[in-house]
Design a protein around this ligand. Structure first.
Ligand code: BES
Ligand code: MN
Ligand code: MN
Length: 478
C-alpha cells in the first residue's frame, strides 16, 4: 500500500501541471459535458426554443464557475450569445474564443442506437478508449466545452498567460442569422488579436491537422409548379408537364459528363491552386480505400481531374439536400403533382461570393425551365469561403501546441464544411480565425449516432492551454 502511494506521488511529480489537472478532474469534466448534451438545443426547430435558452444559461453558469468575468447571456434578434471574459493585463494579447451551443436536429431518430439526448459512452474502432454518443457531442458542444475547461484549468493552476473573451452562439446550425448584427453592435467589447475556434476536424487521432480554409455556402430552395392542381396521372399524364420530372431534369443538368457544374459563370471567380499549393495539399495522408470502406461505397464520385481531397477541400459543389413533391405515403396513388420542391446547396471556394453565386443559380434555373412550368427560387443562408495563412502567429501557435501534445507536427488541410461567421470576423473585426478542431470527420456530425472521442475531448483540453502559451510568446513585444 505504502509503495503504491509513493509511486503515485512520483508519477504526479513528473507530470506537467496540465496533465495532473486533467487527471484529477477527469470525471467531473466529462460529467459536465454529458449534462450539457442532455439539453436538446436544436436551433432549427422552434419546439426546442426553451431548451436552446436553457443551454445558454447553463453555459453562462459554467463560464462563471470557471472564473470568467462579465459573463452574460446577451440578447440578439434570435438566440442569445453567451459572453464572458478574463482580462489579466491590457498589454497582453487577447484570444477571442468562438463556438456554438446549438445543435442540428436529431432526426431520423429511428437510426440512432441510443437516444440522441441521453449520452452514452461506447467504444468504436476509431475510438478504442470510448466515445460519447449524443447529438452535439462533437459539433459543437464537446469541442466548445473543451475551451471552457481549458480556461478553468489555466485559472485554477494560475497559468493563464493572456486575456481571453468567449463568444458562444446559439444559431450556427441555422446560418448565424443574428450574429453579424450582434458583432457589429459589440465591436468594442470584442476587441482582440485572434479568434480561436474548435469546430472542425483532424485527419485521425494519430494524424493531427489544422484546417487552413473553410468553404462558403449558398443555400437555395426551388419550387416548380405545373398545373394549378394535382391531376389524375392517367387522364392528364403525357399531356401536362410533371414538375417533379422537370425539376429532376433541371437538377441533372446542373452537372455535365465530367461532373463539372454547368451554371454559366459559376467558376469565374474560382482560384485555381498553383502546382506548389496543389502538391502541398496532397501531402496530407489520405487513404481512399478506408474512405470508401467507411462510407460503404464501391467508388467515389466527383469532378474530373481532381482527387477526393481536392474535391472536398478546394473545389465548389452543387448538391441537392432534399427533394419532395407528389405522393410519398403508403402504397400507390396515381397523381400528377402540381408542385415539386428541392433544397440545393452550393459549397463555395475562394474567391466565389455567395450573393453572386445565388444570383447566377437563380438566373440559370429560371432560364432552363420550360414554358410548361413556373419556377420560384428563394435563397436561404449564405456564407463566404475563408483561408487561413500558415505564416500567422495564430497558426504557428496552434501547430506548436499540437506538435507538443500529439508528438507530431500537424498537417495543414482544407476543411470542406462552412462556418459562415468566420468571414465576418475578418470583415467586421479585422481578426483572423484559427480552426483548431479536434473531432474526426467520421464522428457522424449532423448524422444519426454523432459521437466524440474521449481521447479527442481530453486532448483538446490538454492542447488549448499550450496554444495560449505559444500565442502569447509569439506575439509578445520584446
Ligand atoms: N462545425 C460545422 C462545420 C465544419 C465541420 C467545418 C467539419 C469543417 C469540418 C458547422 O457546425 C456546420 O455544420 N456548418 C454548416 C453551415 C451552416 C450554415 C448550417 C455546414 O457546413 O453545413
Ligand atoms: Mn459546428
Ligand atoms: Mn454543424
Amino acid at each position: 500500500m505504502l509503495k503504491k502511494v509513493n509511486f503515485n506521488a512520483l508519477f504526479f511529480m513528473e507530470k506537467t501541471i496540465i496533465n495532473t489537472y486533467i487527471d484529477q478532474n477527469k470525471e467531473r469534466v466529462l460529467n459536465e459535458l454529458l449534462e450539457l448534451l442532455k439539453i436538446p438545443s436544436v436551433s432549427a426547430d422552434s419546439k426546442y426554443k426553451q431548451d436552446v435558452l436553457k443551454t445558454a444559461e447553463a453555459i453562462k453558469t459554467r463560464l462563471m464557475e470557471a472564473g470568467a468575468d462579465k459573463v452574460e447571456v446577451s440578447a440578439t434578434k434570435g438566440f442569445p450569445v453567451v459572453y464572458g471574459e478574463k482580462i489579466i493585463d491590457a498589454s497582453k494579447p487577447t484570444i477571442v474564443v468562438y463556438g456554438h451551443y446549438d445543435v442540428q436536429p436529431a432526426d431520423p431518430l429511428e437510426l440512432w442506437h441510443s437516444p440522441p439526448f441521453e449520452p452514452v459512452i461506447k467504444k468504436t474502432e476509431l475510438h478504442p478508449e470510448g466515445a460519447i454518443f449524443a447529438r452535439g457531442s462533437c459539433d459543437d458542444k464537446g469541442q466548445m466545452y473543451m475551451h471552457i475547461k481549458a480556461f478553468e484549468l489555466m485559472m485554477k493552476t494560475n497559468t493563464l498567460p493572456c486575456n481571453v473573451k468567449f463568444m458562444i452562439e446559439g444559431e450556427e446550425e441555422v446560418g448565424s442569422p443574428s450574429l453579424g448584427a450582434w458583432i457589429i453592435e459589440n465591436k468594442e467589447k470584442l476587441k482582440g488579436d485572434v479568434i480561436l475556434i474548435s469546430d472542425t476536424s483532424i485527419i485521425a487521432n494519430d494524424i493531427p491537422s489544422i484546417d487552413t480554409g473553410l468553404r462558403g455556402l449558398a443555400y437555395m430552395e426551388v419550387e416548380v409548379t405545373g398545373a394549378n392542381r394535382d391531376l389524375h396521372s392517367g387522364v392528364y399524364g403525357g399531356g401536362v408537364a410533371n414538375p417533379i420530372n422537370i425539376l429532376c431534369k433541371m437538377i441533372a443538368g446542373c452537372h455535365d459528363e465530367n461532373n463539372h457544374i454547368t451554371i454559366p459563370g459559376f467558376y469565374d471567380a474560382v482560384k485555381e491552386l498553383s502546382e506548389v499549393e496543389r502538391n502541398e495539399l496532397n501531402k496530407a495522408p489520405f487513404n481512399l480505400d478506408a474512405y470508401k470502406n467507411d462510407l460503404g461505397v464501391k467508388d467515389v464520385w466527383g469532378e474530373k481531374n481532381y482527387n477526393t481531397i481536392e474535391r472536398t477541400g478546394v473545389r465548389p459543389t452543387l448538391d441537392v439536400n432534399g427533394i419532395w413533391g407528389g405522393y410519398t405515403g403508403e402504397g400507390a396513388k396515381t397523381v400528377l403533382p402540381s408542385k415539386a420542391f428541392a433544397k440545393i446547396s452550393m459549397r463555395l471556394v475562394p474567391d466565389q461570393n455567395s450573393d453572386k453565386i445565388s444570383e447566377l443559380f437563380q438566373k440559370y434555373f429560371e432560364s432552363v425551365a420550360p414554358k410548361s412550368v413556373s419556377v420560384k427560387v428563394k435563397p436561404h443562408h449564405g456564407g463566404e469561403p475563408v483561408v487561413v495563412s500558415i505564416e500567422s502567429p495564430g497558426y504557428k501557435a496552434a501547430s506548436m501546441a499540437m506538435e507538443e501534445t500529439y508528438g507530431k507536427k500537424p498537417v495543414p488541410t482544407r476543411g470542406g464544411g462552412s462556418i459562415p461567421i468566420v468571414a465576418l470576423f475578418k470583415q467586421e473585426l479585422g481578426l483572423d480565425s484559427i480552426l483548431f478542431g479536434f473531432g474526426l470527420d467520421t464522428d457522424a456530425l449532423h448524422s444519426p449516432n454523432e459521437h466524440y472521442g474521449l481521447f479527442n475531448y481530453y486532448k483538446g483540453i490538454e492542447t488549448i492551454p499550450l496554444f495560449y502559451k505559444y500565442y502569447t510568446q509569439l506575439t509578445s513585444k520584446k
